[in-house]
Design a protein around this ligand. Structure first.
Ligand code: SAH
Ligand code: MG
Length: 208
């Protein structure tokens, strides 16, 4: 069974997010991820960076739900900004997705360390502070199912990551994103591709 999510309500959430400069997934990156989710048919998705719940609500359309075990399918999504977390919680309620999307109010760098290896995910989506991508990647490697997929948004950071950017302002973020790309390319347990879609999307298939 698949969920039906109200497209008009989604459009409203999207419009409001854009008006308020909330950095939701760009249309082309979102489409790419939708295609991947359509093929994977995930039961459990972990999202790092909820914002107002827009991407999580769209991912919910692609959850594979077993009629006899509905509790086995869900999206857990983490947000550290209280205002956004509250808005996400409201949006999830408005969309009737409270059974399938679990918003967590926490800093993901702390929260993830408390998740145990028996709580693994089919898909982990990283879309939060760029300076923490290596922390997220290491936790994602631990929490992904074998055969699962780790997806990261904004890995090219407006062209800064592959260009010669070395200014003080974004140096940590750019350095961490370069490390992220090197790591997913070097790690023998990952099959990765980096796509110049939206702000840069990295996809890694994990073979544990
Ligand atoms: N995935 C969302 C957009 C997320 S924007 C969508 O496409 O709809 C990134 C969000 O990550 C921001 O709201 C920011 O507050 C949150 N964030 C950044 N670092 C975080 C961290 N360490 N833990 C939890 N949330 C974080
Ligand atoms: Mg993003």
């Amino acid at each position: 069974m698949k969920l039906i999510v109200d497209d008009n309500k989604l459009d409203n959430i999207k419009r409001k997010a854009i008006e308020n400069y909330v950095p939701i997934l760009q249309d082309d990156s979102l489409k790419l991820i939708e295609v991947i989710l359509h093929m994977i048919k995930p039961k459990k998705i972990l999202e790092i960076g909820t914002a107002v719940g827009y991407s999580a609500a769209i991912f919910a359309k692609y959850l594979e739900i077993d009629e006899n075990n509905k509790e086995g399918s869900y999206i857990k999504t983490i947000e550290r900004n209280e205002k956004r977390f509250k808005e996400a919680t409201e949006n999830i309620f408005t969309l009737n997705l409270t059974e399938y999307i679990i918003p967590v109010f926490a800093d993901a760098t702390e929260y993830l360390t408390n998740l145990k290896e028996d709580d693994t995910y089919d898909v982990i989506f990283i879309d939060a502070a760029k300076g923490q991508y290596m922390v997220f990647l290491n936790e994602a490697k631990r929490l992904i199912k074998s055969g699962g997929v780790i997806i990261a948004d904004n890995v090219l950071f407006k062209g800064r990551v592959l260009g010669g950017y070395n200014e003080h302002r974004h140096r940590t973020a750019v350095t961490r994103l370069r490390e992220y790309i090197d790591n997913i390319n070097d790690d023998k347990t990952l099959d990765s591709i980096l796509l110049n879609v939206g702000d840069g999307v990295a996809i890694s298939i994990v073979n544990k």
